[in-house]
Design a protein around this ligand. Structure first.
Ligand code: PMP
Length: 340
C-alpha cells in the first residue's frame, strides 16, 4: 500500500526540531551528569530514561516486534491526544470514529479543535461496510480510530482488515482489551499497512493501570516521528522500573486473565437468570455491556451496596457497563441484583 508519512503529518512539524533528552544508557555510572539541571542529591533526583530502553526491550519481546516499532505514553490516553496533535490541524482536519466507542477519541479531538466524523454502528455494534465506503468518498479525516474489542460495547469488530485497507490516512486500532479476546492482534498487519498504528495498554490485562503505560506499535518511521514529539519524560522512572519488574510475572498474568475469563462466564450465567436484565451483549473484553429494564434503578441499587458501575455512554439507553471483578465481588453484584 502506498503511504507518504511526510504528507500525512501536520506540515509545520515535518522539519521541526524537537527537544532531545537522550543520555548514554550503558555505563551510566561513569558519567557525571550536569546536563539537565537536576539536583545531585535525593532518591528521585534523576529524570527517567526518555527513551524507555529497557521497558521497550521487554515490550518488543512480548509483542514479537523490534523496539524501533514502539512508542510509549503516560497511558494510551496520552498517545491518543498526541496522535491528534501530530496528524490533525486544528479547525481544518477531522478524525473518523464509530459510535458508540471510546469517548476519549472525541474528547481529545474537541480539545484540539479537530472535527469528528461519526459512523453509526448497527444493532450488533458492527460497522456497516456500505456506509463506511460512502463516508470514504467525502471524508477529510486524517485518522480512523477502530476500537476492537470496542469500549463500551465489548464486541470485536468483524473483518477489521477491510477497514484498515480502505482508509488512506492513519488507521489506529485500539487494542486495549485484546488480551482478553480470542481474536488476533492487528500487530501482524503492520508490515502490510505502513499507515497502521496499534495501541495497547498495560492498564487492563497486565493489571498495571496505576503505572500509566500506554504502548504504541507502528512502522519504525511513524514510531520515530512520535518519539521525537512525545513529552520527553512522560513515563516516570518508578513506572518504568515497576512495569519491567511486573512484566516478568508472565505466568501470574496469564493465570489472572484465565480467572477473569472464567469469572466472566459465571457472571454471565448469573445475569442471564436475573429478571431485571434485558440483554447481555457479547463481549470479548473484561466487561459486559448490559441492558436492564431500568438501568438507573439498578445503578442506584448497586451504588447503595457500594458497587460502582458505569452508566455513561450517551448513545446507549438503559445500559450499564460492568467490569469483571474478583469472585466475591461478582457474587455480590449477583446478590444485589437478585434482591431488586
Ligand atoms: N482505549 C480504550 C478502548 C480504553 O477503554 C481505555 C481505558 N478505559 C484506554 C484506551 C486508555 O487506557 P490507558 O490510558 O489506561 O492506557
Amino acid at each position: 500500500m502506498e503511504f507518504n508519512l511526510e504528507k500525512t503529518i501536520r506540515p509545520h512539524l515535518v522539519g521541526m526540531k524537537s527537544y532531545s533528552a537522550s543520555r548514554p544508557t550503558d555505563d551510566k555510572d561513569q558519567f557525571i551528569l550536569l546536563d539537565a539541571n537536576e539536583n545531585p542529591f535525593g532518591n528521585y533526583n534523576r529524570y527517567p530514561d526518555a527513551e524507555n530502553v529497557q521497558l521497550k526491550g521487554k515490550l518488543a519481546d512480548i509483542n514479537k516486534i523490534d523496539a524501533s516499532n514502539l512508542f510509549l505514553g503516560n497511558g494510551s490516553d496520552e498517545l491518543i491526544d498526541l496522535l491528534m496533535r501530530i496528524f490533525c490541524d486544528s479547525e481544518k482536519d477531522s478524525i473518523m470514529v464509530f459510535n458508540p466507542s471510546f469517548v476519549m477519541y472525541e474528547i481529545y479531538a474537541k480539545m484540539n479543535n479537530v472535527a469528528v466524523e461519526k459512523l453509526q454502528l448497527n444493532s450488533d455494534f458492527q460497522l456497516i461496510k456500505t456506509e463506511f465506503e460512502e463516508a470514504l468518498t467525502k471524508t477529510k479525516a486524517k485518522i480512523l480510530f477502530l476500537c476492537s474489542p470496542n469500549n463500551p460495547t465489548g464486541n470485536s469488530i468483524d473483518d477489521l482488515e477491510f477497514y484498515i485497507q480502505s482508509f488512506k490516512g492513519i488507521v489506529v486500532v485500539d487494542e486495549a482489551y485484546i488480551e482478553f479476546s480470542p481474536e488476533e492482534s492487528a500487530v501482524g498487519l503492520l508490515k502490510k499497512y505502513p499507515n497502521l498504528i496499534v495501541l495497547k495498554t498495560l492498564s487492563k490485562a497486565y493489571g498495571m493501570a496505576g503505572l500509566r503505560i500506554g504502548v504504541g506499535i507502528s512502522s519504525p518511521e511513524i514510531a520515530s516521528f512520535i518519539n521525537r514529539f512525545k513529552p520527553p519524560y512522560n513515563i516516570s522512572s518508578e513506572s518504568q522500573r515497576l512495569a519491567l519488574q511486573q512484566l516478568q510475572n508472565e505466568k501470574e498474568q496469564a493465570e489472572n486473565i484465565q480467572t477473569i475469563l472464567s469469572e466472566k462466564e459465571k457472571l454471565k450465567k448469573g445475569l442471564a437468570e436475573n429478571k431485571e436484565v434485558v440483554k447481555i451483549y457479547p463481549s470479548d473484553a473484561n466487561f459486559f455491556l448490559i441492558e436492564f429494564k431500568d438501568a438507573e434503578k439498578v445503578y442506584q441499587k448497586l451504588l447503595d451496596a457500594n458497587i460502582w458501575t458505569s452508566l455513561r455512554h450517551p448513545a446507549l439507553k438503559n445500559c450499564l457497563r460492568l467490569s469483571i471483578g474478583k469472585p466475591a465481588e461478582n457474587l455480590k453484584v449477583l446478590n444485589v441484583l437478585s434482591e431488586i
